[in-house]
Design a protein around this ligand. Structure first.
Ligand code: GFP
Ligand code: GFP
Length: 690
């Protein structure tokens, strides 16, 4: 017998020989073991990609240890957990980020070099997990890194798309989209949890039943799809805390089509089962204008329903009374995409847990908070009532009920101001009767935040003025941030080394405010020279990359002028391109002798356009047409080159932060986060040129 639990644990621990070790020999043994037994290649003969796979698995082992300890710790402590619900995550690559956060990058680099491999080269083998479109999705990834580092008991929930954001191919200056089947070579970071599955229901009818003399609603679904969990560990920096990003994938349900099997339609039944897997297969490219597509709504509910079931299951394992729910659970809605969670929580609490409407609503209002990323009204999601009613009949009833009670309450507060009542209603009347998802989220959430000061003020003054007047206390600002772990330490190792050297500490990698310590040395010529060197070397690397990718040779003495983000009218790539045409014109009209005074520039514009967004796609073509003209004009030569790697309405903008923290100058208007960036860097670093 293994004896008591703790004796058992002790014995297990000894059998495992303690935790994995991080000295060079142990790491080498580990990598070779994975080459041999996981990748199943001979340890005497494996290539860079196989070495990467083995390396990734050995890192993953270390992540799993920490993730187990984290879960065990939080299970014992039972703190309030924060659940971050987001439809998109742009995690990118995991290898470098993980070993840096675990503090064992150098050890791995050393171990690999003993085996005849180079860490940097293997890291290049990893593909991108591009399960998102742009800023919103990258913000989710940064928030996960941050919550892990700050020791939060946090979980991220999302969808495991099999096809991430499309691959962009440029043919004759035009963008073409190709599928990004990123799981082609497997994903060593995730763990499939075959036992963590939940049924998710769609369609069907709602019937009233009598339960112990009380009426209750029972939803009889027309389709059931199983959601299976895939866990991705997210390690914090300088802590053991390793949280989980749990992504759901569709899987056929056995409840689904017994009928079909019984009636002998075997082939058809199998084909139907396969459809279930399609639910999570593809990420919708986004242009911030709303399209009511059934599959997208299905995806939203699928991920919301599985997540809520998981959260409630976890809560019930430790608690018997829902009164404690708001003390143990916080749900953060990342934009409106997951806001069906509100109706779902109500459905579970009312129909399944039989708490009664008022109690359930009271609980719901204490657990939700809501981040808005939109600036323009067209960006707000509206779901046609007919679509919702057919896909989720019970949820439509619930939303109507929430709205009815809300409007009744509102009438008491503001009287019969019908214009205002109709503006605030969760239901939009009109040609297509729709559900305003943002209104639903605001009505239920205790906190609503914008993503920069300007944006948060705009929400109060314009987009949600009526709601602000009703509930001023709900509205907050949470300015976006980006993690310096990803955007300096991983992406710019030489700048990272410089900063640590001058600050005499690596503490800024945890606490970004410590970067202000560099101010003391800003005028030091040694620092300036080292800083310029770092930039120069990076610039050389970029120039090599540009030449390899596009064949355009660029001058290292030129100023590199970069704009990279989704192509969108409001992001004003068009303005940028017009500026380039103007500069080209000026140079052409100049006396030759004057030209020596022009600062040479390399303009770099990068970004994808949503496949259905015609104007954005034309902007890409325009960029290429202008580039072709300028780059082939020998008269202008190096004075101007345009390379296309592929005040407006920016709610915040996080790309500017990434450029800034790597020592770039920003050319910006006062919108979104730039106003606060000026507060941080100080007016002495601002050239105000209006
Ligand atoms: C559990 C545990 C993990 C376990 C996974 C998968 O968390 O260690 O491996 O989930 O079952 F913490 P809960 O979802 O039960 O919180
Ligand atoms: C959106 C907004 C940005 C904002 C991010 C994160 O980004 O202004 O910084 O969300 O809040 F437009 P995209 O998804 O459009 O890139």
């Amino acid at each position: 017998s293994l004896g008591s639990d703790s004796a058992k644990a002790e014995r297990m621990f000894r059998l495992m020989d303690g935790f994995l070790k991080n000295d060079s020999i142990s790491l080498q043994q580990d990598i070779l073991r994975h080459v041999e037994y996981t990748v199943a290649r001979s340890r005497f003969n494996f290539d860079d990609f196989e070495a990467y796979q083995a390396l990734a698995h050995s890192v993953r082992d270390r992540l799993i240890e920490r993730s187990h300890d984290t879960q065990l710790y939080f299970k014992r402590k039972d703190p309030k957990r924060v659940y971050f619900l987001s439809f998109e995550y742009l995690m990118g690559r995991s290898l470098s980020n993980s070993v840096i956060n675990l503090g064992i990058r150098d050890q791995y680099a050393d171990a690999l070099s003993q085996l005849g491999f180079e860490f940097e080269v293997l890291a290049e083998q990893e593909g991108d997990a591009a399960l998102g479109n742009g800023g919103l999705a990258r913000l989710s990834a940064c928030q996960m890194d941050s919550m892990a580092t700050l020791d939060y008991p946090a979980w991220g929930y999302g969808l495991r798309y099999e096809y991430g954001l499309f691959r962009q191919v440029i043919l004759d200056g035009f963008q073409h989209e190709q599928p990004d089947f990123w799981l082609n070579f497997g994903n060593p970071w995730e763990t499939e949890r075959v036992h963590v599955t939940y049924p998710v229901k769609f369609y069907g009818v709602v019937e009233e039943e009598n339960l112990n003399g009380e009426k209750c609603n029972v939803w009889i679904p027309g389709e059931v799809v199983e959601a299976v969990a895939y866990d991705n560990p997210i390690p914090g920096y300088g802590t053991r805390n390793t949280i989980t990003l749990r992504l759901w994938a569709g899987k056929p349900s056995d409840q689904h089509d017994m009928e079909a099997y019984n009636t002998g339609d075997y082939i058809n039944a199998v084909v139907c089962r396969q459809k279930a897997e399609n639910i999570s297969s593809v990420l919708y490219p986004d242009d911030r204008s709303f399209q009511g597509k059934e599959l997208r709504l299905k995806q939203q509910y699928f991920f919301v329903s599985a997540s809520i079931q998981d959260i409630i299951r976890r809560f019930k394992e430790a608690h018997s009374n829902f009164d404690e729910f708001p003390e143990k659970v916080a749900l953060q809605l990342n934009d409106t995409h997951p806001s069906l969670a509100i109706a779902e929580v109500m459905r579970v609490l009312v129909d399944k847990e039989h708490l009664g409407w008022n109690k359930a609503w009271d609980i719901a209002c204490k657990i939700f908070s809501f981040t808005i990323h939109a600036v323009i009204a067209e960006g707000l999601e509206k779901i046609p009532v007919d679509l919702l009613g057919s896909l989720l009949p019970r949820h439509l009833q619930i939303i109507y009920e929430i709205n009815f009670k809300f409007v009744e309450e509102l009438k008491k507060r503001i009287g019969l101001d019908y214009n205002r009542l109709s503006r605030m209603s969760i239901i939009e009347e009109g040609a297509v009767k729709s559900i305003r998802m943002a209104n639903l989220a605001i009505v239920c959430s205790h906190t609503v935040n914008g993503v920069s000061k300007v944006h948060s003020e705009l929400l109060k003054a314009k987009l949600f003025k009526d709601f602000y007047e009703l509930w001023p206390q709900k509205f907050q600002c949470k300015t976006n941030g980006v993690t310096q772990r990803r955007w300096i330490v991983v992406s710019n190792p030489s700048l990272c080394a410089l900063i640590s050297k001058w600050l005499g500490t690596e503490a800024w990698i945890r606490d970004v405010d410590l970067l202000t310590g560099l101010r003391a040395y800003a005028a030091d010529p040694d620092l300036q020279q080292e800083w310029m060197m770092v930039k120069k070397v990076n610039k050389m690397r970029l120039a090599e990359y540009i030449e390899a990718m596009s064949g355009v040779k660029v001058s290292l003495d030129a100023m590199f002028d970069v704009q990279t983000k989704r192509i969108h009218e409001y992001k004003r790539q068009l303005l940028n391109i017009l500026g380039i045409i103007h500069r080209y014109d000026c140079i052409k009209n100049m006396e030759k002798s004057q030209r020596s005074k022009v600062v040479p520039r390399v303009c770099i514009i990068g970004g994808k356009a949503a496949p259905g967004y015609e104007i954005a796609k034309k902007i890409i073509k325009l960029c290429h047409a202008v580039a072709e003209k300028i780059n082939n004009d020998t008269d202008v030569g190096d004075l101007l080159k345009l390379h296309i790697s592929t005040a407006g309405h920016e709610a915040s903008g996080t790309g500017s932060m990434k450029f800034l923290m790597n020592g770039c100058l920003l050319l910006a208007t006062e919108d979104g986060s730039t106003v606060e960036i000026v507060e941080e860097i100080g007016a002495d670093n601002l050239i105000d040129d209006v």
